[in-house]
Design a binder for this molecule. Structure first.
Ligand SMILES: *Cc1c(COP(=O)(O)O)cnc(C)c1O
Length: 244
């Protein structure tokens, strides 16, 4: 008996119910199973249970884990990325949810050209304005999109990502998710582009995120249980960790 089947089915049922409440098709939402801190053995069980898409927040951890994991697994980077890890990132990940500057986009573009890969990128937006969060301010977003549209030809910008402030009450996340969707709609109209992906919602708030239009929900704890507790580093230019 694979222990991951019951939590996986429970999460899928909750996503489907939230989609139904919002009049959305459940197939429009994909589950990014956040496997950070868990080993390739867990990924193997997850693939056997039916999961296909995995999220990691650290390039180094993923570089170790991915070659040891089933080839059927697809990988997205969801954590903060430093430019000096761009070369590895474009080889490991099909999509990078955490692009937060024009400079990082340029670095990824050059790295992907060299590696011969074509990852999708999402721009991370700090919609809540919390100082401890990574991401572009909503005000900075149009300028970065303009830069990317003019300068990147290999990477495709396909979405936006956000993290709501930590709060045990999921309803408190709703305005932040609604804001990201409104920003997406504005950017699509302003630039005449499609930004189909909205990466938002985690274990504590994914149903609200689905109701507000999420297409990629990033879920770890509800699938794999609690992670070992580690301290959360404050953003700084030389930290190698993600938000957790
Ligand atoms: C860890 C992490 C998640 C998943 O968090 P859970 O609360 O365990 O579901 C989602 N997004 C990002 C960016 C993360 O770092």
């Amino acid at each position: 008996m694979n222990d991951l089947i019951p939590p996986y089915e429970a999460v899928l049922a909750r996503i489907a119910a939230a989609a139904q409440r919002a009049g959305r098709r459940p197939e429009a939402i994909r589950l990014v199973a956040v496997s950070k801190t868990h080993g390739p053995d867990v990924v193997r069980d997850a693939v056997d249970a039916g999961m296909t898409l995995f999220g990691e927040n650290k390039v180094q951890e993923a570089a170790w884990k991915i070659p040891l994991s089933p080839a059927a697994a697809h990988w997205h980077l969801i954590g903060h990325l430093q430019s000096n890890k761009a070369k590895q990132a474009v080889r490991l990940f099909e999509a990078i949810h955490s692009v937060d500057s024009a400079h990082l986009a340029d670095t990824l573009e050059a790295a992907a050209r060299q590696a011969g890969t074509r990852p999708e990128i999402y721009l991370e937006v700090n919609v809540s304005g919390e100082p401890s969060k990574y991401g572009l301010t909503p005000e900075a977003l149009p300028g970065v999109i303009e830069h990317i549209l003019a300068n990147t030809h290999i990477l495709t910008l396909t979405g936006l990502m956000t993290m709501a402030p930590f709060d045990p009450e999921p309803e408190h996340a709703r305005p932040h998710f609604a804001r990201l969707r409104a920003l997406r709609d504005d950017m699509e109209a302003r630039f005449g582009i499609g930004l189909p992906h909205l990466s938002m919602g985690m274990t504590c708030d994914f149903e609200v995120a689905v109701e507000e239009g999420a297409t990629d929900v990033r879920i770890g704890t509800a699938l794999f249980g609690a992670r070992p507790k580690i301290t959360r580093p404050a953003p700084s230019p030389d930290t190698t960790s993600g938000a957790f």
